[in-house]
Design a protein around this ligand. Structure first.
Ligand code: HEC
Length: 119
C-alpha cells in the first residue's frame, strides 16, 4: 500500500512538472495564453462569462458583441491589456499585463479578442 501511495505521489509530481513547463512561459499559442490568463474572467468564448468575472462589480464585456466591440479602437484594446482597465477608463478589475507579457503577445491577444466577433 505504501509503495502504491508513493508511486501515485511520484506520478502526480511528474504530471505537475510537465504541466508547469508547458504553461505560461512557453505558451506560444495565443489561444492558450488567453485560456490561461484571461478566460477566468472573460470566458472561453470571450462572452464575459468566466467564473471569476461573475463576482466583479463591473462584468467583463462580451467580446462577441460586434456592435459594441466595433466602437472600441485597437489602441484602446491594446492599452487596456498592457496597462490595465483604469488606463482606458474601464474597470480597474481588469489587470495590467505589460509586466508579464511582451508587446507581441499583447498585440496577438488584441487580435484574438477581436476574433470573438464573427460577422
Ligand atoms: C480579474 C478578471 C479579469 C482578467 C483576468 C482579465 N480581464 Fe480584461 N477586463 C476585466 C474587466 C472587469 C474589464 C472591464 C469591463 C470590460 O470592458 O470588459 C476588462 C476589460 C478588458 C478589455 C477592454 C475592453 C474595453 O472596453 O476597452 C480588454 C481588451 C480586455 N479586458 C482583455 C483582457 C485580456 C486579453 C486578458 C488576459 C491577458 C484579460 N482581459 C484578463 C476583467 C479581467
Amino acid at each position: 500500500m505504501r509503495a502504491f501511495v508513493s508511486l501515485l505521489a511520484a506520478i502526480c509530481a511528474v504530471t505537475i512538472l510537465a504541466m508547469t513547463r508547458v504553461l505560461p512561459a512557453h505558451a506560444q499559442d495565443i489561444k492558450t495564453t488567453f485560456m490561461v490568463y484571461c478566460a477566468r474572467c472573460h470566458g472561453e468564448g470571450g462572452q464575459g462569462d468566466g467564473t471569476d468575472g461573475a463576482s466583479l462589480a463591473v462584468k467583463p464585456r462580451d467580446f462577441s458583441n460586434c456592435a459594441l466591440m466595433s466602437k472600441i479602437p485597437d489602441a484602446t484594446i491594446i492599452n487596456a491589456i498592457k496597462n490595465g482597465g483604469a488606463s482606458v477608463g474601464v474597470s480597474k478589475d481588469m489587470p495590467a499585463w505589460g509586466e508579464g507579457l511582451n508587446d507581441q503577445q499583447i498585440h496577438d491577444l488584441a487580435t484574438y479578442v477581436r476574433s470573438f466577433c464573427k460577422k
